[in-house]
Design a protein around this ligand. Structure first.
Ligand code: R5P
Length: 300
């Protein structure tokens, strides 16, 4: 009998199910509902005593609701005698508020990390988590942390689809994204990778510039998140100005808020895909394998 119990939050049942299957267990049943006044109720309907409990949750779009649910599930698991509690956060919320950009702001990502610890979470797994100012989550989360990547899966999908070959230039739209460009490039044997420079002017406005020599090169963009699509639109224009041909775009987390996807299509960017951390019309690869491997590694 396995000593792992996988619990699904209400955000991404298919992903939780795939992870449970990869780990060779059934999902532990739960009751999760909302009281008439909008407060959350959770109950673990299975024996998790002595087990490594894994809570799979993707905290996009309703981050506050999913976060509270995760905290309640973690606390319930701990109270029920779990040996350890791991949160597999397919999408980790508030990661972009990782600095006090203006006086009076909180460092939201650190507050979220503290809440997880307070609820009894021992281990945290993230997927290509936004890491700009906070590079090491173990500085803000008082437990074990592991960031797994779906970039190799996205890159291999792009290669199999004929979008990427050895001569393609893989690019991140800002300096932070070079880490994803590197992983993607190396995983499919692409030599050339690099990053552009981005300046954020507001929630939806950015400027992107760069000095790379992209003349007559096929260029493929990778990033952690596509939200409003503003970054990709500006990056695609910069790539064109630098003489490159944009052949496709992939991201780990496709939020595509409002008309973001159409914004990309209107710009002539059609080959857009993403993973299932946030299921959306462009989802083509699963994060389940990366997460399951990460779970086995972190609970060792
Ligand atoms: C921020 O630095 C992230 O890495 C993404 O580039 C950003 O979140 C994308 O946002 P948007 O699609 O709204 O430009």
């Amino acid at each position: 009998m396995s000593d792992i119990a996988v619990i699904s939050g209400s955000s991404n049942l298919p992903l939780s199910y795939t992870i449970a299957r990869a780990l060779g267990v059934d999902l532990t049943p739960t009751e999760i509902r909302t009281f008439p006044d909008n407060e959350k109720y959770v109950r673990i309907d299975g024996d998790v005593s002595g087990k490594h409990v894994v809570i799979v949750q993707s905290m996009a779009f309703k981050p506050d609701v999913y976060l509270i649910e995760t905290l309640l599930l973690a606390s319930a698991a701990k109270d029920a005698g779990a040996r350890s509690v791991t949160v597999a956060a397919a999408y980790f919320p508030y990661a972009r508020q990782d600095e006090r950009f203006k006086p009076g702001e909180p460092i939201s990502v650190a507050v979220v990390a503290d809440l997880l610890t307070a609820a009894g979470v021992n281990n945290l797994i993230t997927v290509d988590v936004h890491r700009h100012r906070v590079l090491d989550f173990e500085k803000i989360f008082r437990g074990k942390w592991l960031d797994v990547s779906v970039m190799p899966y996205l890159a291999s999908y792009a290669k199999n689809a004929g979008l990427v070959d050895e001569e393609t230039f893989i690019i991140g739209p800002d300096s932070e994204a070079i880490q994803w460009a590197k992983i993607a490039a190396e995983s499919v044997g692409v030599r050339n990778y690099g990053a552009l420079r981005k300046k954020r002017l507001g929630d939806t406005e950015v400027t992107v510039s760069g000095e790379l020599d992209l003349r007559n090169r096929n260029v493929f963009i990778v990033d952690d998140i596509i939200s409003t699509g503003g970054t990709i639109v500006e990056a695609s224009r910069t790539i064109r100005d630098l003489g490159g041909r944009l052949v496709g775009v992939a991201c780990a987390h496709g939020l595509f808020v409002n008309d973001a996807l159409y914004k990309l299509y209107r710009e002539g960017i059609y080959n857009v895909f993403s993973s299932d951390t946030v299921p959306n019309p462009t989802t083509r690869v699963s994060s389940a394998q990366a997460l399951s491997k990460g779970i086995l590694e972190i609970i060792k």
